[in-house]
Design a binder for this molecule. Structure first.
Ligand code: PLP
Length: 328
């Protein structure tokens, strides 16, 4: 295993299921759709951050940390899973959350879970969240505690290692069932998921095309971030691999509505998967990613017989903060 030599603790329920989506595939007229259920990683309702936190929290504990500090949007799934990881490891958690409308989004969904998990919340309002995290770190030190800052989205080489291991997990599941995948598609934002998957794909000569549907970033900027993060992640693992920005497949044509804005296409995608397969997506990331995949299918981007894995990266608590927008 590519990550065997790295410090890691167990936080996630692994391996996550790999399941066919026959009714969705039929409804869309092919390709052969499968789903990798990282919404089932556990750690306070699942999601992709559980895999990253196995490596990040191991580093925090090795450094003697007593407090995990991280930041995100009001409905951050990353912040919620960081709070759960802290609780499980007996650490304090301080979450710096960005401003947002003082509505459901500041009380329900992930924010409710953050509170139940015992995290301290700091609302950054219009302030720079990195600055507020640095301030919190100073306060923790002054109080005699040892802070560890978990980077935004858990996306540094340590966190991205979680998705290096995840692709190895998928490759093993495919080998076991004598299956192949032609495409792996998922929501991408801070880049740790995509960078980790691409490092492992290159190291293992995994043939599928790894495709991120950007929820908020322009493709060019995200490709540059991915190339740097993949290079640093490979170096962290002791692998000599090189990456150029144009090796990363990113679709940014579905993020025009803006981060966290639910429009018709997300609503339709969420409904379609729920009604055909009984699987729930989230309004911000996976709803948009499946909407992108459905659009690409409509454009004829895949042959009917091609195998496409939609990687569900979690986020379902967000549904409960977006009830009105989802039922419009
Ligand atoms: C549910 C969900 N999916 C996808 C992502 C994007 O993952 P990454 O930040 O690794 O690109 C996030 C990140 O916050 C998320 O919460």
């Amino acid at each position: 295993m590519l990550t065997d030599h790295l410090p890691r603790i167990s936080l996630a329920h692994l391996p996550t299921p790999l399941e066919p989506l026959p009714r969705l595939s039929a409804a869309l007229g092919g390709p052969q759709l499968w789903i990798k259920r990282d919404d089932q990683t556990g750690l306070a309702t699942g999601g992709n951050k559980a895999r990253k936190l196995e490596f990040l929290v191991a580093e925090a504990l090795a450094q003697g940390a007593t407090t995990l500090i991280t930041a995100g949007a009001p409905q951050s799934n990353h912040a919620r899973q960081t709070a759960a990881a802290a609780a499980k490891c007996g650490l304090r958690a301080v979450l710096v959350l960005g401003g947002g409308p003082p509505t459901q989004q500041r009380h329900g969904g992930n924010v409710l879970l953050d509170r139940l998990l015992g995290a301290e919340l700091r609302w950054a309002e219009g302030r720079d969240r990195a600055e507020v995290m640095a301030e919190v770190a100073k306060e923790e030190q002054a109080a005699g505690r040892r802070p560890y800052i978990v980077p935004y989205g858990g996306s540094n080489p340590v966190g991205a290692s979680g998705y290096v291991a995840a692709l190895e997990e998928l490759a093993a599941q495919l080998a076991e069932r004598s299956l192949r995948m032609d495409h792996v598609i998922f929501a991408t934002s801070s880049g740790g998921t995509q960078a980790g998957l691409c490092v492992a794909a290159k190291a293992l000569h995994f043939a599928a095309r790894i495709v991120g549907i950007s929820v908020d970033k322009e493709a060019k900027a995200l490709q540059a971030t991915l190339a740097a993060l993949a290079r640093d992640t490979a170096a962290h693992l002791g692998l000599e691999l090189h990456f150029a920005p144009d090796e990363f497949f990113v679709h940014d044509e579905y993020c025009g509505a803006g981060y966290g804005i639910v429009s018709k296409m997300e609503r339709a995608a969420i409904r379609l998967l729920a009604e055909t397969e009984g699987v729930l997506l989230d309004p911000v990331y996976t709803g948009r990613a499946l909407a992108g995949l459905i659009d690409l299918i409509g454009q004829g981007a895949f042959d009917e017989e091609e195998m496409v894995c939609f990687w569900h990266t979690g986020g379902t608590p967000g549904l409960f903060a977006y009830g009105d927008a989802l039922l419009e």
